[in-house]
Ligand binder design. Structure first.
Ligand code: FES
Ligand code: FES
Length: 154
């Protein structure tokens, strides 16, 4: 099977029903994307499929077809750069385990909407669970990053 991952065409002989997360971590060594629940419930494994956030633990490699997968290793948008900077400045992570998934959901949101209100942020981030309870900081970080993006885009 041939797939587009982070703008590279890769070849794999894994079974068609293998979850994308297994390919990313075990075969390609893209270990930033995390395994949490394995059931599409926690968001730790979030990557982008044509820019949309998807759960890589629940997406088979056969289902990807010609669509483009982006992991945080290949996500270089202005949105993720602003988010990463704010995440550092505001010490948003605690243990850090959920944070790659959080950032991938947040960057997808900010690409669609550079001025999301609280309800929009809550809806976009509702599938990303943080066992450390950093939700308040995450929301503040998204609002701060959105502000930076609006300045860049002027
Ligand atoms: S590991 Fe994929 S949603 Fe939890
Ligand atoms: S920072 Fe620990 S799970 Fe979110």
């Amino acid at each position: 099977m041939q797939l587009s991952i982070n703008d590279n065409i890769i070849h794999t002989e894994l079974e068609a029903d293998t979850p994308l997360l297994w390919l990313l971590r075990d075969e390609l060594g893209l270990n930033s994307t995390k395994f949490g629940c394995g059931m599409g419930l926690c968001g730790a494994c979030t990557v982008h499929l044509n820019g949309q956030p998807v759960r890589s633990c629940s997406l088979t490699i056969a289902a990807i077809g010609n669509n483009k997968i982006t992991t945080i290793e290949g996500e270089n948008s202005a949105q993720i750069q602003c988010l990463k900077a704010v995440w550092m400045q505001q010490n948003i992570p605690q243990c850090g385990y959920c944070q790659v998934g959080q950032l991938m959901s947040a960057s997808a949101l900010l690409k669609q909407n550079n001025n999301p209100d609280e309800a929009t942020i809550n809806a976009a981030m509702s599938g990303n669970i943080c066992r450390c309870g950093t939700y308040v900081r995450i929301k503040a970080g998204i609002i701060a990053a959105a502000k930076q993006i609006r300045v860049i885009e002027v």
